[in-house]
Design a protein around this ligand. Sequence first.
Ligand SMILES: [Zn+2]
Ligand SMILES: [Zn+2]
Length: 351
Amino acid sequence: MQATMKALVCRTGGKIELTDRPVPEIQAPTDAVVQVTLSTICTSDLHIIHGAVPRAVPDTVLGHEFVGVVTQVGDAVQNLRPGDRVAANCVTHCGECWFCRRGYVNNCAHGGWELGCRIDGCQAEYVRVPYAATSLNKIPDVLSDRAALLTGDILSSGYFGARLCEIHPGDTVAVIGAGPVGQCAMMCARLFGAGKVIALDIDSARLRMALEHGAADVGIDPEQEDAAAAVLRETEGRGADGVIEAAGGENTFQMAWQIARPNAVVALVAMYEKPQSLPLERMYGKNLIFKTGGVDSAYCDELLEHLASGRLDTQFLLTHQGPLNDILAGYRTFADKSSGCMKWVVTPYER
Ligand SMILES: [Zn+2]
Ligand SMILES: [Zn+2]
């Protein structure tokens, strides 16, 4: 009889259920199986539950952000062995196709965002990871599982947003959304040399958190003051040199281009549940560059080095946790945000 494990499955219609599933096995020589030591709940999981991810497959185990211990590797996986501690990339990718060779791993011809969306993900006791050699990164010994947990999704997304912005030393970067991705984007903007980081969010607790942990220098609540006017005030009347939109709210796309200075890069890493419109007649002459993502999370090893050296630390974002047994409560708390939940960490199932 095949061994079973606990796993959180998303049914058609968005109903989630903690259920028994067979422990995954190697299917291709490029696979690995990982015992999950910590995973998280992510806003993208909520998007799937809300039916806002058309490519999501029903009856899939949710979850795409995790760390764990390798238990099995396929014959073609040369760089990993059972017992290795690994941080997973939320984008499994082959490393060899046209897109992968250029770092556009999100559009890998053989991968992309599959885990917890199209194939079984990590809100379970074990997970099968395709293209393990390129999609799993060994965690340096000096880093705890918690310290490495956000590497492959949230931190990669923030890094991607900051990278898209083409930040020059001393630039003022505005980040819309002080949620987990937004705060990672703020920290990464500094890595790229931003001189001033402005956080915009309607949640004052999140703004306070970003300021207290040094992710941002200035916090603006667009419900308390006009965002565009406030950013002009902070930028000698020019507007932000780079804007990272990490909120995906009702009006945050419009805010993103309004707070940008002429010729700025506006990086949209938020996931929208509705179409957004570009009012080109009003934007004419502002000469903006818009970039969208789909995180190309091709920099996990680099990020693990930054974490190991202390240049980055994301652990303050891990505000809540509970065992896999309590994951439904975790989803409620995470979605509700009222208790200040930034990230819900899922610890192993307790028997
Ligand atoms: Zn995610
Ligand atoms: Zn590829």
